[in-house]
Ligand binder design. Sequence first.
Ligand code: BMA
Length: 356
Amino acid sequence: MRNLRAKCLVAIVILLGIASSAQTLQREQSPLIQRLHKLQRRGVMFGHQDDTFYGLGWKWQQHRSDVLETCGDYPAVLGFELGGLEQEHNRNLDSVPFDMMRREMLAHLDRGGIVTVSWHPRNPLTGGNAWDVTSTQAVTSILSGGANHAMFTQWMNRVAEFLKSVSPDGSSIIFRPWHENNGSWFWWGKDLCTQEEYLSLWSMMQDHLIGSGLRRMVWSYSPNLDGSMTMDDFLSRYPGDDRVDLIGIDAYQNGTAQEFTRDVDANLTMLQRYCKSHRKLLALTECGYRSTPDPQWWTATLLPLVKRFKLSYALTWRNENLTECFGPWPQGVSAPDFKRFYQHKRTLFLNDISNR
Ligand code: BMA
């Protein structure tokens, strides 16, 4: 009997130990989530990747922004990219110095803006870039027990340290890893790993960052636009309601405006329903029309979409040059139309959301 009692006691102590260590991995809600829900009711925030680093015809000039110079205000949301940080490079894959990135993130948060971070890490197995899809073993190799797990743990530590240097508990950051995973152009894509491997990849990364102290980060999950995506397709690699706060799609117009609208409509109709009943935020986590050759694209294509759905934000990708350019710029053919987009009461820019 005494023996049994002792055994029970030991079991209870072990269970409590497990429970408390699981608790240290527990996520906490950031006040940013509440703020984003409130803003989503007011309108859609405009976002732009790498907005304050470079634009068409300029680079590394502090306070400049193609969006600012087109419409008179900064985007509400700025997008930043960590690719390269995992290997301790001083600049990311698009040559943005990480020191400058940290400074701009802090400056934008200080102005009351919203910050979102993506990551295109290099292929941990082949040494190639994020688009190296020559092996289906890259994901397995970094999961627990894999040959590259220790190396990838270091990569995650570097990401964690950088994010913590901006926001010690992560509460100011929307983090969007392992994106466009329904396509097969990244080493974590659909044909490159199984559903189980993808889900393990997500939870390994998330648990590791939470364990590093980033307990209050806002987690964003964003497959790519696919007009034929069903709810089952979506759910097959969705990490789960306890692991995701914001659901988005990366949606670029590659064909006609009609095709784009049809596909975005299909995806957002389905995802908006899900977000409503599961209390998740919804966004166009990346969007745009390469060099925006349609002079009315902002008000005739994007605006109707963002009016039809309740979206947190629509973030256009970077303005690197005329072929890799998705946001507005002052000399672009669609610049006058962007001003009309800016003036619409449902589009929110920095001054609309900043509490100053
Ligand atoms: C892609 C392209 C690449 C870039 C990457 C990360 O969509 O813009 O040129 O390196 O994003 O920003």
